[in-house]
Design a protein around this ligand. Structure first.
Ligand code: GLC
Length: 451
């Protein structure tokens, strides 16, 4: 077990033990305020952390992919310097979205006040709404107009704003400009062209002595990232969006099967066998070490790839992903900040969340970490565009990104996605073929959603 995972497990055990211990005491000595009849916690005890004269600690559970943790800590520091009496602390959470969700669910189950603010995925508002306060009751109405309306809408559940948009993203193709030139190839616009270019470059680089070199790295592990990759293949091959916004389950179709089978053919040819165990950071490590011609990843990998310690600094570019028989498609990703209903200091936590999502912080994160702002005006900001030129040149990719079917399947999206990525993974690993896997998946999705 990694040090990070061990620390998380320990933290969780401590939180659960603490919740259990106080639960054995008197009637109302739990650290969580009981909800009133509307479900809103009331300050019913004297055990909150904000004793007179003591600092209020606000804990934000945040990601640590790429520079995420470092930049969240930097923003926390900015808040701390300007707000005496409040200390914002950052709890680093697992990289894989599914693992992070698992951790959050344990905190929610225990109605834990340990975490005040959660960084939540763009696909979770519908599944997790009940655990968050309405940020419209805390001033979010004054700022939501600055953010992309579709992302704000995605965060509204029954009229409540369950989280404030923090950053958005979409899948991109990273490619080596030096190697395309060396082998006299163009940036691929179709999956077939990518397959061809990746195999020529891989063969050439291996013959030149780099036996570790691979053509294409992406996210093929059995987790949410595979849902994102596979949705891109399928949508770009006119295979639909798994479940359409009107509730029609469309995944069992020949175009979807064709492109999943094609991707299965990459495993062990232009992609290493290990790609079926890779997440974002695994792919980035190979790419940034100079050992891949192409990578599918999110924008955050751009700043790091341009870093001084990167083997690909100055010799790569990014574009829209290739297309199948349709147009290129990028999956819409991104993260929001929600304030826990079980927080002892919701008012202060909401203020911190709004600060974290403010123009000032989003601009800093865009420039230093290539995290796409959700505030529209920042796409016209000269300093942002200078640091991350593709925020301008690939603007359409971000605006037209394909959403996963989370709104239509809420609160069951996680089950839908799990069934989907497991089915795709079983094809990638050669356990079955796509036609059979999708036939079975359709039945599973009917069971899960009732559609
Ligand atoms: C990125 C995206 C997120 C997605 C995840 C999958 O973090 O922003 O929306 O669920 O990748 O790995």
């Amino acid at each position: 077990m990694s040090k990070k995972k061990l620390l998380l497990v320990l933290l969780l055990i401590m939180a659960l033990v603490f919740a259990g211990l106080v639960g054995c005491g008197t009637d109302d000595d739990d650290p969580v305020d009981d909800p009133d009849e509307n479900g809103t916690p009331i300050d019913d005890d004297d055990d909150t952390v904000d004793e007179p004269g003591e600092d209020v600690v606000i804990t934000i559970a945040a990601g640590a992919v790429g520079q995420e943790l470092e930049l969240t800590e930097k923003a926390a520091q900015m808040y701390n310097e300007r707000n005496e009496g409040v200390i914002v602390e950052v709890l680093d959470t697992p990289d894989l979205a599914d693992d992070r969700l698992g951790l959050y669910l344990q905190f929610f189950e225990a109605q834990s006040a340990e975490v005040d603010i959660y960084q939540i995925d763009v696909i979770w508002p519908g599944d997790l709404a009940e655990h968050f306060i309405d940020l419209y009751d805390h001033g979010a109405g004054d700022v939501v107009g600055d953010h992309f309306p579709a992302i704000v809408e995605n965060n509204e559940v029954d009229g409540a704003l369950v989280a404030i948009p923090w950053f958005t993203d979409a899948g991109l193709l990273y490619y080596r400009t030096d190697l395309l030139e060396k082998y006299d190839l163009d940036p691929p616009e179709t999956w077939e062209a990518l397959e061809n270019a990746a195999s020529i470059i891989q063969e050439g680089e291996r013959a030149d002595g780099n036996s570790d070199f691979v053509g294409f790295v992406w996210q093929g592990n059995s987790y949410e990232g595979l849902t994102c990759n596979a949705l891109e293949w399928i949508a770009s091959n006119e295979g639909g969006e798994i479940i359409e916004p009107d509730g029609e389950i469309t995944i069992n179709n020949a175009n979807a099967a064709e492109i999943i089978d094609m991707a299965a053919g990459w495993v062990g040819t232009i992609s290493p066998n290990g790609v079926t165990g890779m997440a974002e950071e695994d792919a980035r490590a190979i790419w940034q070490g100079g050992n891949a011609a192409f990578m599918r990843n999110w924008p955050y990998a751009y700043s790091l790839s341009e870093g001084d310690d990167s083997a690909v600094q100055g010799v790569f570019d990014v574009s829209a992903l290739p297309a199948g028989k349709g147009s290129p498609a990028a999956t819409l990703g991104g993260w929001q900040l929600g304030v826990s209903r079980y927080s002892n200091n919701p008012e202060i936590a909401a203020d911190v969340a709004l600060f974290m999502a403010s123009e000032e912080v989003q601009k800093m994160r865009a420039i230093e970490g290539a995290f796409n702002p959700t505030i529209m005006s920042l796409y016209e900001d000269e300093e942002v565009l200078e640091a991350v030129p593709f925020f301008g040149s690939l603007y359409d990719v971000f605006i037209n990104a394909v959403a996963r079917p989370s709104t239509v399947s809420a609160p069951r999206y996680n089950e839908v996605s799990t069934a989907f990525f497991r089915a795709v993974h079983s094809v990638l690993t050669g356990d079955t073929n796509a036609t059979d896997a999708l036939e079975e998946l359709e039945l599973d999705l009917q069971d899960i959603t009732g559609f």
